[in-house]
Design a protein around this ligand. Structure first.
Ligand code: AMP
Length: 370
């Protein structure tokens, strides 16, 4: 009798190639998740309210509907094996509705924590991880008291829906609290003490369904007009600090029982005992500062995310050299012919029809092998 071949076992609860991943959000992050999923034999179904979202071009199915449309959500849930998302502002009721029907990875707690800066900072601080000093501000009087406690300069940020530096105001000594609070429209806010950082870094990491954890080397981020401009590696920090940064990301992921890729943005500051990291914010998703991993790491953040949410083993995270990733914002996408002509430059064009100022249209990655 021929002996049956011994194939390696599929991890318990894992999906198999051929399965369909549901992706909430159809921007460039969803597009790159779908591309990585396709490489691993999976199909993607993108759910997004925009008619012309860039992720549709590379996915097997699309639903164009509002995130509040329960009929569309129910049909979507039926058509997929699991749901993930490319943005953290997925409405709570949408997440709960889907999580009741199909695995939602990362879970709803990760979304809820990252949607509110006060909840997020309190959660991180309770884990014993450093953050900027902060106070909740719900009124003009709160702002006066918070400014008294933290001093100026400081930054007032809306608790919800802030990204790329939107929904925040820098406060200098002598500024009038009343005018500033009114400027944010009276929305619940958080005041943060101004951090004199030497660097902004981020840790892109993943936690698998089995609790395995893998972090990429921290990367150095430069912003322009509040938008990520350039990410480079190595980040120019000590190995000990890099290990502490990865440790902070790990504690955050474990406390949330997280599955998927997580990004944790941090400030490097000079502490009493040398350099330290303070966590600024986390994103429960793949992240712009992790785009370098596509060509620059053994496993891209997008493949890593797909592996994690599918219940598969995580891939290796080692960097392949010195790396630079530059965003192509607005008209900068028109430099694509020059990038294509540059040996070793990797162009990523998101296929968006219109280049508006401040819109992320693509990126370029350069890997300098050592
Ligand atoms: P955020 O929206 O929190 O990512 O903030 C956008 C940018 O503002 C960060 O990348 C920093 O450059 C700067 N920033 C935010 N919070 C602080 C802070 N507490 N102190 C100094 N700079 C900050």
């Amino acid at each position: 009798m021929p002996r049956s071949k011994a194939y390696p076992p599929v991890p318990l609860g894992a999906v198999r190639p051929g399965a369909t991943i549901g992706i909430l959000g159809g921007g460039q992050l969803g597009r790159m998740i779908a591309m990585a999923a396709a490489s691993l034999g999976l199909k993607s179904h993108v759910f997004c309210p925009d008619r012309d979202a860039p992720a549709y071009d590379v996915s097997a199915a699309r639903t164009v509907a509002a995130y509040e449309d329960e009929t569309a959500l129910a049909a979507f849930a039926k058509s997929v094996d699991l749901v993930t998302y490319e943005f953290e502002n997925v409405p709570g009721p949408t997440a709960a509705f889907l999580a009741g029907r199909v695995p939602l990875r990362p879970n709803a707690a990760a979304l809820a924590t990252s949607q509110d800066r006060l909840v997020e900072k309190s959660f991180v601080a309770e884990l014993g991880i450093g953050t900027a000093p902060f106070r909740a501000v719900d009124s003009e009087q709160d702002l006066v008291e918070a400014l008294h406690a933290l001093g100026a300069p400081a930054i007032l940020k809306t608790r919800r829906f802030g990204y790329d530096g939107k929904g925040q105001i820098r406060i200098r000594a002598g500024d009038r609290a009343g005018e500033i609070f009114a400027h944010l429209g009276g929305a619940p806010a958080i005041l943060e003490g101004f951090v004199k950082f030497s660097k902004e870094i981020s840790v892109i990491a993943a936690r698998g369904a089995d609790g395995a954890f893998a972090a990429y080397d921290p990367c150095l981020n430069e912003h322009r007009h509040g938008i990520l401009h350039r990410t480079t590696l190595p980040a120019g920090i000590s190995d000990a600090l890099a290990a502490r940064a990865a440790g902070a990301a790990r504690r955050i992921a474990e406390a949330l029982d997280y599955i998927g890729v997580i990004a944790v943005e941090m400030f490097v500051v000079e502490g009493e005992g040398g350099e330290e990291v303070l966590v600024n914010e986390m994103a429960p998703r793949v992240h712009n500062s992790g785009h370098w991993t596509i060509e620059g790491a053994e496993t891209s953040q997008f493949e890593q995310h797909v592996r994690a949410v599918c219940g598969w083993p995580l891939g290796a995270t080692a960097a392949r050299g010195r790396i630079e990733m530059v965003n192509l914002i607005g008209d900068e996408i028109e430099t694509w012919p020059a990038i294509l002509a540059e040996p070793g430059a990797h162009l990523h064009h998101y296929g968006k029809a219109r280049a508006r100022p401040g819109r992320k249209m693509g990126h370029v990655t350069r890997v300098m092998r050592e």
